[in-house]
Design a binder for this molecule. Structure first.
Ligand code: ADE
Length: 233
């Protein structure tokens, strides 16, 4: 069975509205909807914003529902100059960029004894990329797809200096606030996962305004990929 997480109502509402035979459960303050998505059994939860909420929700779903794989879907800020709002990112790797043990000689994002890169399941990354190919036929108005490193931290990024640092230090393509915590929790539990993000903004000075203006539309658009992907997983 597949578990699906988003951080915000907007990030899960399209998935929720396509579910049938839904039963709701409440654990750790989180509402979990269990039911069928195009005949596939799934559990769906909104974790709330940030890495702590994301880790709690992921562990709770694993403990209570024993999913054999997990998908996170939501929005992010794009970090590369040629990226546009609406583009899609599949995280091949994730890093908790705000882990800082540099005073002990560690690289930013690195915990002792662990690789700072948290790898998404390669087979799920490939399936997500196939779903993109099926969902969008090439054309000028079609969102671009990037597969790359996504960084997560407990800050909404809206300045050039931080976005450049994230690009250069981590070779990251997008920034958000949950993915690496979901991935880290899945890695500890041996659950394969993938994180998919639509770009609501490009993490610069206008990010706040862009986020508000684009959130709903970007979620609706990235649902085109998610709708095809869920039955493939
Ligand atoms: N989610 C969407 N845009 C973001 C940004 N600029 N920073 C952090 N999380 C985000």
């Amino acid at each position: 069975m597949l578990a699906v997480i988003g951080a915000l109502d907007e990030e899960i509402e399209w998935i929720h509205s396509s579910m049938e035979a839904v039963s709701d459960y409440r654990h750790a303050g989180i509402t979990v909807s269990s039911g069928l998505f195009r005949d596939c059994p799934i559990v769906l939860a909104k974790c709330g914003i940030g890495k702590v909420n994301a880790a709690i929700c992921t562990q709770m779903l694993i403990d209570r529902f024993e999913p054999d794989r997990l998908l996170f879907s939501g929005v992010a800020g794009g970090l590369l100059p040629n990226m546009r709002v609406g583009d899609l990112v599949i995280a091949s790797h994730l890093i908790q960029y705000d882990i800082n043990l540099t005073v002990f000689g560690r690289r930013p994002g690195e915990l002792p004894g662990e690789d700072r890169m948290i790898e998404s399941d390669p087979a799920m990354v490939n399936l997500a990329s196939d779903a993109y190919d099926q969902a969008f036929t090439p054309g000028p108005a079609v969102p671009n797809l990037m597969v790359g490193t996504v960084v997560s931290g407990d800050k909404f990024i809206s300045d050039q200096e931080t976005l450049r640092w994230l690009q250069r230090e981590f070779a990251a393509v997008a920034t958000e606030m949950e993915g690496a915590a979901v991935g880290y929790t899945c890695r500890l539990n041996g659950v394969p996962f993938v994180v998919i993000r639509g770009l609501s903004d490009t993490a610069g000075d206008t990010a706040r305004k862009d986020f508000d203006a684009n959130l709903k539309l970007v979620c609706q658009n990235s649902y085109k990929l998610i709708d095809l992907l869920i039955p493939m997983l």
